[in-house]
Design a protein around this ligand. Structure first.
Ligand SMILES: Nc1ncnc2c1ncn2[C@@H]1O[C@H](COP(=O)(O)OP(=O)(O)OP(=O)(O)O)[C@@H](O)[C@H]1O
Length: 886
C-alpha cells in the first residue's frame, strides 16, 4: 500500500523527467546528437533524502563581548544539534521546552575549516558533475549566519565556489576543450557556433575580462587587498592541489562554461552583463522551462573558461555587480540570491566533435531571512528584505508541500511558480540531479528564535525525498547493436513506465507548471544536419525482439526488488517517525495537562479561600465596596479558569485529531505495525480524555460552589446596602426630632418664665389690692366714726375715698374679677404642667426610638408614625398653649 502511495508521489517526478518515448522519438534523439544528449545516456534513477548540512559559525569578538554566548547551540557529533533557549527568549518563556534536537546529514561546528566544509559537503557533488550528473548546492540561513563566508569566503580562506572551480580544473587538467565551436543552450542542449559566432564569443569574453582589469586597476589605487583586486594566486595558498582521477577515453575533452546571475527583488539580472555608466535600470531576464520541466534563464550569458583563473575572474566580476548593502546586523549583507552555474560538456574531440554529456553544477548563495525589527531597515533595504523573506517563505512552502505530498496519498500542487527562486530550483527537486542544502546558523542568544525557525525548516527539508537521475555518458564513438538495443529498451521502459504512471495520476509539476519554449527553429536546422550522420550508421540493425523481452524481464525483476527494498525502508522510516512524533506529542501534552491541572486546582483553592475570607469580612465589616471588588476579581479568575479549561479541551481535540491522522497514516502505511501503536495511542488518548473529564467534573463542582458563594455574597451585599440607606434616613429624621425637641424645650422655658412673671405680678396685685381694701375698710370705719365731725373733714375723707376708689378702679375691678383672673392663670399653669410632663414623655419616647433605630431593619414605620403623632401633638399644643395676654 505504501509503495502505491510513495509511487504516486514519485511517479509525478518521473513523469517530469521522462516524457513518452517511442521509436520515432528514439530516432529523433539519435539523430539530434548535437542538440540533446538524453538519448545517449543511461539514466540511473535513485531516491534519496535531500542532503542537509548544518554549519555553525563561531562568535565574533563583538558578539562575545555583548554576552551573546549563552550555550544555545551544542553539537552531538556527528549529525545532531541541540538547541537550548536563552533566558531572554520569547520562545523560552512561552514554551517550557528547554532543549530541542535536530538531525542533519552532518553537523559542522564553529571550528570547521573551509577545506573540511568543502570536503564534507560539496566535493562529492563536484565529482558527480564531472561524471555527468547535475548538482545543486544552496546555502540557507538568517542574515549574518555565514552563508557568503561559506559560499565565497574571504580571499585568504576560499569558500565552496572557488574550491569547486579548483577541483574541476585540476581534475580535467590537460583535457580542456578550449575551442568555442559548441556552446550549451537552454537546459540540456547545445548548439554549434559558426565562425562568426565563435569570434563574437571570443570578443565578448575579452571585453569581459578587460572590464574586470579596469575595475581592478581602479580599485588598486584605493584598496590593494580587496576581494575584487585579488588574483587566483592569492587564494592558491589556501586551496591545495585537489583533484579527482577521472576514467575517460583518449579523445575525451571537457568544455567548461560558466554563468552568474542574481535574483534581486524578484527580477533576474545577469551579473556578467556590463552595466553602462549612469544606467538606472538593468536588463531583466526571463525564466523558462524546457519540455522536461527544467528551468533555465533565457538569454543568460555563458562564458567559456579554459582554466581556473578565468573562471575565478568571471566569479569576481559577477560578485562586483552583485547587490550588497550594509544592514544593522551585517556590514556586507547580500541583498539578492546569487546563482553561479558551471556547465561541463563532455566531448569527443574527433574530426567532428561530439558531445557525450552535459552536466551542471549550480551553486546558490541565498540572501538571509531577516526580521525588520532587528535590522531596522527602511526604504529600499526594507523592500529587498520583503522580497527575500517572501521567496524564502515560498521555498519553505514548496519543501513542506513536497514532504506532505510524499506522505499523503494524493499528489499536491507544489507552488514552485510563486517565486523566481523556487521556479529556478524546481528541476532539482523533481529529478534533475542531486540537491544539497547548507544551513548556516550563528549561536547568538539574540538570534535564538530565528535560528529555531531555520532549524525547524531544515528538519522538514531533511526528510524530503528527491529523485536523482544520474546520467552515465556513453563513451564509445560508435554504438554496437547491443548498446543501441539497450537504448531502445530503456526508451521502451520509460514509455511503459510513463504510460502506467500517467494512467494512475496526473503529474503535478509537469501538468501544472510546465511551460514549453517555442523558439525551436535553430534546433530543427541542426537536427536535419545531424540526422544524416546517424542514418549512415550501418550498425543500427537491431535484433530488437530478442533483447527486448529478456532485458525487460531483467529490468522488471530489478525494479521489483528495488521497489521492495524501498518500500520496507520507507515503511520503517515512516513508522519510526510517526511513533516518535506521537510519543513526543503525548509526553508534551501529558506534561502540559498535568501542569494545567495543577494550576487549575491551585487557582480554585485560592479562589475558595478568597471567597471564604470575603464572606467573613462581609459579615464583620462594613467595607462592602472593597469586598465587592474582591468578589469581582474572584469572578474574573473564574472566567480565566474557564478559558484555561477551554484551551485544555481544544488541546485535547488537537491530540485526538493528530492521533486520528497518525492512525490513518499508519493504517495506510503499515497496517500490522501501526495497529499496535494506534491502540496504544488510543488508550493513552482515552486515559487523557478520562483525566480531563474528571478535571472537568471537579472544575464544574468548584465553579458551582463559587457561583453559589457569589450569589450569597451579592444578596448580603444588597441587604447591607438597604440597611445602610435606612439607617441614613433614620438618622436624618432623628436629627429633625432632636431639633424639634430643642425648640419645644425653649418654648417651655419661655412659657415657664412668663408664667412665673405673671404669678409674681398677680401676687403683687393681690398685696396692693389687700392694702387698698384694708384702707377702704379703715376709711369706711373712720367715715362712720366721723359723722359727728366737721363737714370739712368729712369732705376730705370722702375725697380720699373717691381717690382710693379711683385707684381701685385702676386695679383689678373687684375681688370677683381677680378670682376669675386667678382661676384662668391656674388653669393655664395646670395646662403647662401637663404639657411639660408630655414633653418629658416625648423625650423618653424619642430615646426609645433612637434605641430601636440602632437596630437595622426594626419597625421603622412604627417609629415614624409615633414621631408624626408626637409632631401633631406638638402642633396642637403649640396652637392652644398661649398664655394670658396680660
Ligand atoms: N565560519 C566562519 N568563521 C569565521 N567568521 C565567519 C564564519 N562564518 C561567518 N563569519 C563572519 O560572520 C559575518 C557574517 O557572515 P556572512 O556575511 O557570510 O553572513 P551571511 O549569512 O551571508 O549574511 P547575509 O545573509 O546578510 O548576506 C562575516 O563577518 C563573516 O566574516
Amino acid at each position: 500500500m505504501f509503495v502505491t502511495m510513495m509511487e504516486s508521489c514519485f511517479n509525478n517526478k518521473l513523469e517530469s523527467v521522462e516524457r513518452e518515448i517511442n521509436f520515432d522519438d528514439l530516432k529523433k534523439d539519435l539523430s539530434s546528437e548535437f542538440l540533446s544528449i538524453d538519448s545517449q545516456e543511461s539514466c540511473l534513477e535513485e531516491l534519496e533524502h535531500l542532503q542537509v548540512y548544518l554549519r555553525i559559525r563561531p562568535f565574533t569578538s563583538t558578539e562575545s563581548e555583548n554576552g551573546e554566548s549563552q550555550d544555545c547551540v551544542s553539537i552531538e557529533p556527528p549529525d545532531t544539534v541541540l538547541l537550548k533557549a536563552p533566558r531572554t527568549s520569547l520562545s523560552a518563556r512561552l514554551r517550557d521546552k528547554s532543549a530541542q534536537r535536530f538531525q542533519f546529514s552532518q553537523v559542522l561546528g564553529p571550528e570547521t575549516t573551509q577545506r573540511e566544509m568543502f570536503d564534507g559537503t560539496v566535493r562529492g557533488l563536484v565529482k558527480e558533475v564531472l561524471e555527468g550528473g547535475n548538482s545543486l548546492v544552496f546555502t540557507y540561513g538568517v542574515t549574518n549566519a555565514g552563508k557568503t563566508f561559506t559560499f565565497l569566503g574571504p580571499e585568504a580562506n576560499a569558500g565552496i565556489l572557488p574550491r569547486s572551480l579548483n577541483v574541476i580544473f585540476n581534475s580535467i587538467e590537460g583535457r580542456v576543450y578550449n575551442q568555442m565551436t559548441i556552446k550549451p543552450q537552454r537546459c540540456r542542449e547545445f548548439t554549434r557556433l559558426t565562425k562568426d559566432q565563435q569570434s563574437e564569443e571570443a570578443t565578448s569574453k575579452r571585453n569581459l575580462f578587460r572590464l574586470l582589469k579596469e575595475s581592478d586597476n581602479q580599485k588598486s589605487f584605493t584598496n590593494k587587498k580587496s576581494l575584487e583586486g585579488s588574483t587566483l594566486s592569492d587564494i592558491e595558498g589556501t586551496v591545495t592541489e585537489d583533484r579527482f582521477s577521472l576514467v575517460v577515453e583518449a579523445h575525451t575533452k571537457f568544455s567548461v562554461w560558466v554563468s552568474f546571475c542574481e535574483i534581486y527583488n524578484e527580477n533576474i539580472h545577469d551579473l556578467l552583463e556590463p552595466i553602462p555608466n549612469g544606467a538606472l535600470k538593468r536588463t531583466t531576464l526571463r525564466l523558462s522551462q524546457d519540455v522536461k520541466g527544467n528551468s533555465f534563464v533565457k538569454d543568460l550569458k555563458w562564458v567559456q573558461v579554459n582554466n581556473e583563473e578565468e573562471a575565478y575572474k568571471v566569479m569576481k566580476l559577477g560578485k562586483k555587480n552583485q547587490s550588497f548593502a550594509s544592514t544593522k546586523l551585517n556590514l556586507l549583507s547580500s541583498r539578492s540570491h546569487s546563482i553561479f552555474s558551471v556547465r561541463i560538456l563532455r566531448m569527443e574531440d574527433t574530426r567532428i566533435p561530439r558531445v557525450n554529456s552535459i552536466s551542471e553544477l549550480s551553486l546558490c548563495d541565498l540572501a538571509g531571512s531577516e526580521r525588520c525589527s532587528k535590522t531596522q531597515n527602511k526604504g529600499e533595504r526594507l523592500k529587498e528584505a520583503g522580497n527575500i523573506n517572501t521567496s524564502l517563505m515560498t521555498l519553505g512552502k514548496c519543501i513542506n508541500t513536497l514532504r506532505q505530498s510524499q506522505q499523503s496519498k494524493l499528489p499536491q500542487h507544489v507552488p514552485f511558480r510563486e517565486s523566481k527562486l523556487t521556479h529556478y530550483l524546481q528541476g532539482f527537486f523533481c529529478g534533475r540531479g542531486k540537491a544539497c542544502m547548507i544551513v548556516n546558523v550563528n549561536q547568538c542568544a539574540s538570534m535564538y528564535d530565528e535560528t529555531l525557525n531555520v532549524l525547524k525548516f531544515s528538519a522538514v527539508a531533511q526528510k524530503v525525498v528527491v529523485l536523482t537521475t544520474k546520467t552515465v555518458p556513453h563513451l564509445a564513438t560508435k554504438r554496437s547493436a547491443r548498446e543501441l538495443s539497450m537504448i531502445i529498451n530503456n526508451a521502451d521502459r520509460k514509455n511503459l513506465l510513463g504510460q502506467r504512471r500517467r494512467s494512475s495520476l496526473v503529474g503535478w509539476e509537469t501538468s501544472l507548471e510546465d511551460v514549453q519554449e517555442d523558439d525551436d527553429t535553430e534546433e530543427e536546422s541542426m537536427m536535419e544536419e545531424t540526422l544524416q550522420e546517424v542514418e549512415d550508421d550501418d550498425e543500427v540493425l537491431i535484433n530488437k525482439g530478442t533483447y527486448e523481452s529478456k532485458l525487460l524481464r531483467e529490468q522488471l525483476q530489478k525494479e521489483r526488488s528495488e521497489n521492495f527494498a524501498l518500500e520496507s525502508r520507507i515503511r520503517d522510516e515512516v513508522t519510526k517517525e510517526f511513533s516518535e512524533f506521537v510519543s513526543d506529542m503525548q509526553t508534551d501534552y501529558t506534561e502540559r495537562l498535568a501542569k494545567e491541572k495543577k494550576i487549575v486546582e491551585e487557582r480554585a483553592e485560592r479562589r475558595l479561600e478568597i471567597l471564604k475570607n470575603l464572606l467573613n469580612n462581609l459579615v464583620n465589616s462594613n467595607t462592602s465596596q472593597e469586598e465587592l471588588a474582591r468578589v469581582e476579581r474572584a469572578t474574573e479568575d473564574s472566567s480565566l479558569l474557564g478559558g484555561i479549561f477551554d484551551s485544555i479541551c481544544s488541546d485535547l481535540a488537537g491530540i485526538k485529531k493528530a492521533a486520528e491522522e497518525a492512525k490513518t497514516c499508519l493504517v495506510v502505511t503499515h497496517p500490522q505495525a501501526g495497529s499496535e501503536t494506534i491502540s496504544n495511542q488510543e488508550k493513552r488518548v482515552a486515559d487523557l480524555s478520562e483525566l480531563l473529564s474528571q478535571t472537568q467534573e471537579r472544575l464544574s463542582v468548584k465553579t458551582n460552589e463559587l457561583e453559589n458563594n457569589c450569589r450569597q455574597v451579592q444578596q448580603l451585599n444588597e441587604q447591607l446596602e438597604e440597611a445602610r440607606k435606612t439607617l441614613e434616613s433614620q438618622e436624618l429624621k432623628f436629627s429633625h426630632l432632636l431639633e424639634m425637641c430643642h425648640g419645644k424645650d425653649e418654648m417651655i422655658s419661655k412659657l415657664q418664665n412668663t408664667m412665673d412673671q405673671q404669678v409674681q405680678a398677680t401676687i403683687k396685685d393681690k398685696t396692693t389690692f389687700d392694702g387698698i381694701k384694708d384702707e377702704i375698710l379703715r376709711l369706711k370705719s373712720s367715715c362712720t366714726c366721723s359723722r359727728g365731725e366737721k363737714p370739712s373733714s368729712r369732705a376730705e375723707s370722702r375725697k380720699r375715698l373717691v381717690d382710693l376708689q379711683a385707684n381701685l378702679d385702676e386695679q383689678p375691678p373687684s375681688k370677683k374679677g381677680f378670682r376669675g383672673e386667678r382661676r384662668r392663670w391656674t388653669a393655664c399653669a395646670r395646662s403647662w404642667r401637663r404639657k411639660s410632663s408630655e414633653v418629658v414623655r416625648s423625650e423618653v419616647t424619642v430615646e426609645t426610638l433612637q434605641l430601636s433605630l440602632a437596630e437595622p431593619g426594626a419597625g421603622y414605620r412604627k417609629v415614624l408614625a409615633q414621631l408624626e403623632e408626637l409632631e401633631n401633638k406638638k402642633v396642637v399644643h403649640g396652637s392652644t398653649c398661649t398664655g394670658p395676654e396680660s
